[in-house]
Design a protein around this ligand. Structure first.
Ligand SMILES: Nc1ncnc2c1ncn2[C@@H]1O[C@H](COP(=O)(O)OP(=O)(O)OP(=O)(O)O)[C@@H](O)[C@H]1O
Length: 251
């Protein structure tokens, strides 16, 4: 059991550069269990770069990234970071189109490397079916469990992909522009879903440009500008902040 408000991810002294260009000069950032944390800011602010560092895709020049206040993720490769409990959903859905919704969720469980014996045992494990049913309910696709993923609408594919990440029970779940390209109705449904993802066992990080959506889902937002956090707090207060208005919201 995690203490409420405990740090899920803690970034200190992070510096990222690409050649001579410094994308993130020196970043400190904390995401806490039990919270949905929005990361916002203008194009090129460093939001994606920060997520790329957490998942091990981009290597920084300096700094530490700790999960649970312990493990420094910078010493691990991408698969190890995912296994340690970091799940990330990219903007474009990548579900297995020929498989049903249920089979996609089952496949997500199999992505964990394990022995053949453990694999066979897990197929007979009744908890497997229970977990799939729980996640189907959580993402609102129970009625479509046997539908091939290929014929789902764009929004439904996005929810299924969130479900595939949930199968692994991530400690840190990161969503990259989850409502880009969605209809208004799909955006509303996604806001409901993300609000339900809040859990004492999990921190949720969301990068998004749709500010109305962020205001609906986020307990806290960090505004990045040129790789620096220029505001942290409630979205309603970010809207009133002079610097945030100048570099992002007022434009
Ligand atoms: N692989 C790379 N090589 C060179 N420059 C890069 C690379 N990746 C990112 N950058 C630069 O780093 C800066 C931060 O980019 P990043 O994608 O993190 O911004 P962002 O806040 O996610 O923007 P957006 O909202 O447009 O997605 C940008 O100036 C970008 O051009």
């Amino acid at each position: 059991m995690t203490a409420p408000g405990a740090q899920a991810i803690q970034i200190d002294g992070l510096r990222v550069s690409f050649g001579d260009f410094v994308a993130i000069p020196q970043l400190t950032f904390i995401a806490r269990y039990g919270e949905v944390h929005g990361v916002i800011g203008p194009n090129g602010a460093g939001k994606t770069t920060m997520l790329d560092v957490i998942t091990g895709k981009t290597r920084p020049k300096a700094g530490t990234v700790r999960l649970d206040g312990k493990v420094d993720l910078l010493g691990m490769d991408e698969p190890a970071i995912a296994l340690a409990g970091v799940g990330r959903k990219f903007q474009k859905p990548s579900v297995f189109e020929a498989l049903s919704v249920r089979e996609n969720l089952e496949t997500a469980l199999r992505l964990k490397p394990r022995s053949i014996l453990a694999e066979i045992r897990s197929w007979a494990d009744p908890r497997r079916g229970t977990r799939v049913a729980e996640v189907l309910e959580e993402i609102g696709l129970s009625d479509l469990a046997d539908t091939p993923a290929g014929i789902l609408a764009h929004g439904q594919k996005q929810w299924l992909e969130i479900g595939m990440l949930l199968m692994q029970r991530p400690k840190l779940l990161m969503l990259d522009e989850p409502v880009a390209g969605m209809t208004e109705e799909e955006t509303r449904h996604t806001a409901d879903l993300v609000r339900r993802l809040r859990s004492p066992e999990r921190a949720v990080l969301v990068i998004e440009h749709d500010m109305a959506f962020v205001e609906e889902i986020a307990d806290r937002v960090t505004v990045l500008h040129e790789g620096n956090p220029i505001f942290e707090g409630r979205m309603a207060d970010a809207r009133q902040d002079p610097l945030v208005r100048q570099v992002y919201l007022g434009r």
